[in-house]
Design a binder for this molecule. Sequence first.
Ligand code: HEM
Ligand SMILES: *[C@@H]1O[C@H](CO)[C@@H](O)[C@H](O)[C@H]1NC(C)=O
Ligand SMILES: *[C@@H]1O[C@H](CO)[C@@H](O)[C@H](O)[C@H]1NC(C)=O
Ligand SMILES: *[C@@H]1O[C@H](CO)[C@@H](O)[C@H](O)[C@H]1NC(C)=O
Ligand SMILES: *[C@@H]1O[C@H](CO)[C@@H](O)[C@H](O)[C@H]1NC(C)=O
Length: 495
Amino acid sequence: MLLLVTVACLLIVLIIYLTGKYNERYWAKRGVVFYTENRTAGIHWDFMTKDLSMFEVLGRLYKKYSDEPAVGVGLLFRPAILVRDLTNVNYILQTEFESFSDGGMDTPDYDKLTKSVLFMNGKLWKLMRQNMSPLFTATKLKSMFYIMERSSRDYIELLKQPGGLDCDTFDSLAGYACASIAASVFGIGTESVFDSPFLKISRQALEPSFMVNMKFSLLVFLPKIYKALKLKLFGAFEKDFIGAISHVIRERHRDGTKRHDFVDLCVALQKNGTLRDHATNFELEPTDELLAAQAFFYFIAGVEPCATAIFNTMLELGRNPDIVQRVHAEIDANFNKLGDKLTYDSVMEMEYLEKVINESLRLYPPAGFTVRRCVKDATLPVGNIRIEKGTHIFLPLYEIQRDSKYFPDPEVFNPERFDGNITNNAYMPFSKGNRLCIGARFARLQVKTGLAYILRHYTPETTVLGPKIKYKKQPFQVTPVNVEIKLTPRTLKSE
Ligand code: HEM
Ligand SMILES: *[C@@H]1O[C@H](CO)[C@@H](O)[C@H](O)[C@H]1NC(C)=O
Ligand SMILES: *[C@@H]1O[C@H](CO)[C@@H](O)[C@H](O)[C@H]1NC(C)=O
Ligand SMILES: *[C@@H]1O[C@H](CO)[C@@H](O)[C@H](O)[C@H]1NC(C)=O
Ligand SMILES: *[C@@H]1O[C@H](CO)[C@@H](O)[C@H](O)[C@H]1NC(C)=O
């Protein structure tokens, strides 16, 4: 028995050693520097053993290899690469999208809530994305603006209640983002719901725990074992969530009113029948389950990033009094013009607020990096790097947007950067190309409307506990942990 265990351990050590060597030689042959601190599990090893967020792990490599177009890293049995050079990044995201169209994971079909554009790949992703895109056009957003406006107004009412300001600002904003997003998905009821079960779902689903990290790691490193163990990313939410959306879709089929929310689109898709990609003849049935998975992406991809974007904008406003003053002036003028409310057009008109948001998304992109997987061999132009099918690619959005090569004094919060047109192509908080954030416009409108209402009534004040901002240890997001934002009610001149 002891002998068996010893042999097994030795074998594992040997395999780890050999895969590490293989990874190193793989990139050496292609003329790419290799991250040797851990040849086998590379950045994932750092993420698991160090007190760093994943984007910070990538950031250390970005800075360490500042003269290299790319850095090879270990990903167990597969080669992976961190692409630093901006021309190469744009090549992957846009120019040569066809060769890099996959996200990083293949989730199994039995994990129903993962079958959305967020995780899909190949022709399935293409067809699903085509059919979801109509939800996010400017016309569509304009018609659903009433939902966002209403949610924002209700949120201010909530803050004004006794004790309304007593909770953690980030949690409170997550509640707001969730209520508003839930209303955009399911339709708006008689009042906004700020502590809905969906808030728990959207925050728990990706809350970094040992189990969640483990599942993601297995899915990336050893997908066969993941499937053999019948693991699911969101199994705990499956039954209730699919049940909830089915119920609302059935009701809407019956009553037939137009509400301009996500369920409207579901009803339209189901009435039209089978989804078909005319280029490939690939087909898909718009079942309740499939549509529930799409609704689910609003919660896991939308809630925390929107809350983070609002939080981080207030973080900077709360320590830049001159900027707050200008924002207040613009917002007040807009509210006063329309009798203390906002319309879609008046929100779109607030240019200075938009610059402030743009600059906050540059300094703190809520998603610190993104991932692609090569689907067809290709060569990156800078460094002439051959990328083989199956290679995972990490794209460091956070670091690029804080690189002094592209943004002078990158650490300084300066909305005036957006006065002219940004002439480089380094600004990409929502990523770029055919697979960029599908909710980008929706998110911008949501964040801007929420901020406008909050800043109409409050002035933020920021305290950073410690010498500099620290981030929560998370696989994807960029969330400050040692920052407190206090909201002080304003006395409005027009009242
Ligand atoms: C400020 C808020 C948000 C930010 C900064 C953000 C950022 C991003 C980024 C960087 C990506 C990766 C894109 C890529 O790999 O090229 C992404 C993907 C995605 N986002 Fe967002 N997002 C935000 C809000 C939202 C919202 C509100 C929704 C839903 C309505 C959403 C839905 C998605 C989906 C479905 C994808 C995957 C798209 C695909 O792979 O086809 N996001 N987002
Ligand atoms: C590299 O990672 C393996 C596990 O993946 C670990 O056993 C080993 O100690 C690590 N080596 C270094 C040098 O950190
Ligand atoms: C349903 O089909 C009609 C006619 O083909 C098309 O114009 C419409 O865009 C489709 N609706 C949706 C939601 O796909
Ligand atoms: C904000 O950034 C977006 C994306 O780059 C750009 O299209 C928009 O014009 C910018 N807005 C302002 C007011 O600078
Ligand atoms: C920015 O670009 C737009 C369209 O490309 C152009 O119409 C506009 O004049 C430019 N603005 C500045 C300040 O360069």
